[in-house]
Write a protein that binds this ligand. Sequence first.
Ligand code: ZN
Ligand code: ZN
Length: 280
Amino acid sequence: MSDPWVITVLVENSVQRAGLQAEHGLAVHLQAGDRAVLFDTGQTGLVLRNAAALGLHWDGLDAIVLSHGHYDHTGGLAAVRAAAPHARRFLHPAALAPKFSRGPDGAGRYIGMPRPAAQALVNDPAVTWTPSPVEVIPGLFLTGAIPRNTGFEDTGGDFFLDPACTRPDPLEDDQALFFDTREGLVILLGCGHSGVINTVEHIRRLTGRRPIHTLLGGLHLLRASAERMRRTLAAFHDWQPRQIAAGHCTGLPALARLWSEFPARCLPCAVGSRLAVPAP
Ligand SMILES: [Zn+2]
Ligand SMILES: [Zn+2]
């Protein structure tokens, strides 16, 4: 029997334990026996300092997975690559595109991957490009691009591919990580720019509609319409996940709704949070 995965939040917007630090971003470490994967890298090299404080080592890291190209998920990539040069890199090709968000003054602000890190990936033989689903290491999968089927979920913000903010960024690079356990699926979202319903339903189609055990990560519901919020909560009632560890860009109003509707199922998603999940 293989070891169960232990999931440790290394970078998130909030922090739960002394000796650790938070930043706007996400990085999650997954370990099962001698297999280890990093999902996103945070905004800076903070991921390394928090890992050191938690006693996590990089020697055996098998893979670095990027959920999408935004700076708060890819900014730590250069630091992690240096610490774990043998880890394979997994990302959708569109993660390398220049990315901008429109500020309140209408001007575009660069929010893509740091350009040197993006440049270093272009001809990197250790990259696996993931336009479609991929098995990262045995039993651990990436969705690749997620079909957008619900009409009411959007990318969650004013995201563009050009500094003049004329070409909307569909965030087609957005993808989720998942694996199955004896009690159902464990799903990790970066920012959930595809929409959490699109994401979860895509994974359920890929896995023969397995139950959902754990949902962790950013749901980007900060600007969700009332209809989107209502239908998202209805989907959670339908899925009945055992553990909901929403954080990062989920937004306080959405977090408050989740925590009040699923008080026994919600868990903190903060730097230092550790989640155990059932064995495969
Ligand atoms: Zn983010
Ligand atoms: Zn994002």
